[in-house]
Design a protein around this ligand. Structure first.
Ligand code: BG6
Length: 271
């Protein structure tokens, strides 16, 4: 695990899954949520921070395991650098040989820590065949109280409601308040999304490039109890707002081409 401190912030990144598990501005509560019940074990994803979902999202019938293998693979640290102003950047890498579940490819993950947290997932095809995949930066955000937080920026957007048999619906709310289990894939959302947290008096901004989908997830009461590596009450202190390319937005990469998914997370005090 890498521990990073900059003039503005601190962060932690595990080689397991190349997973950023912690980001905190010095004068704010943590931005990312990490479960107290998370396992840090081979073959299991860490519960919190930013799991990297690749090359499939969810659990398609023909694929082994949920959300792909990137989050349970140990990545290699290739580079760590500090800019003159104190910003720290880290570059991690993973390579896969050709297999039935995934054509040969190399992945890079670039993390920049300054007053914001910027992460970029680069997928480079090394195969002569088309590579169809999904990716998602499955970001767990800390909120002071889920009842006092809203997700803003998805009004008018079509989504798949995973809790209603993947029914396609349209979001009618400009400001989404969560008061029950939520599991939705919003399509065609390249624009920023915000989490407004009245309890922590904080607005968190999610800006993205190369991401057409936004997933909003909160397990609420029953599912929290059912998830073994998640606390029964922890649903009150988190919301996942995930940036990627999922389902109808999946990526079709031509042979030997590169795809980029970049997300910048920043925050400011609500006045
Ligand atoms: C979300 C999915 O992205 O991840 C949910 O939309 C899923 O359906 C959740 O339950 C957590 O998945 P996992 O594999 O980390 O427990």
């Amino acid at each position: 695990m890498l521990e990073i401190t900059t003039p503005w912030s601190s962060a932690e990144i595990y080689l397991h899954g190349a997973q950023v598990t912690h980001f905190k501005k010095h004068d704010e509560p943590p931005l990312l949520f990490l479960s107290q019940c998370s396992c840090f074990a081979t073959g299991q994803p860490i519960r919190g921070g930013i799991p990297i979902i690749f090359p499939w999202f969810g659990k398609p019938a023909d694929r082994p395991g949920q959300h792909g293998f990137a989050r349970i693979t140990d990545w290699e640290l290739k580079e760590m650098a500090m800019a003159p102003d104190g910003a720290v950047s880290v570059r991690l890498r993973m390579e896969r040989v050709d297999s039935p579940e995934c054509p040969a490819c190399a992945l890079e993950y670039r993390v920049t820590v300054d007053a914001a947290l910027t992460v970029e997932l680069i997928v480079m095809s090394r195969s002569g065949r088309e590579f169809v995949f999904e990716n998602c930066l499955h970001t767990y955000f800390t909120v002071g109280d889920i009842g006092a937080a809203t997700v803003v920026g998805l009004k008018g957007v079509d989504y798949l409601d995973q809790l209603a048999g993947f029914a396609r619906k349209t979001e009618t709310r400009g400001s989404i308040r969560i008061s029950s289990e939520v599991d939705r894939i919003y399509f065609d959302t390249p624009h920023p999304v915000e989490i407004r947290d009245e309890s922590l008096r904080r607005a968190v901004r999610v800006e993205k490039e190369g991401s057409a989908s936004t997933v909003v997830w909160n397990p609420w009461i029953a599912k929290s109890k059912a998830i073994q590596d998640f606390g029964d009450e922890e649903y009150q202190q988190m919301v996942c707002v995930e940036s990627g390319n999922v389902a109808a937005n999946k990526i079709k990469l031509a042979p030997n081409q590169t795809s980029r998914l970049k997300v910048k997370l920043s925050s400011e005090r609500l006045t």
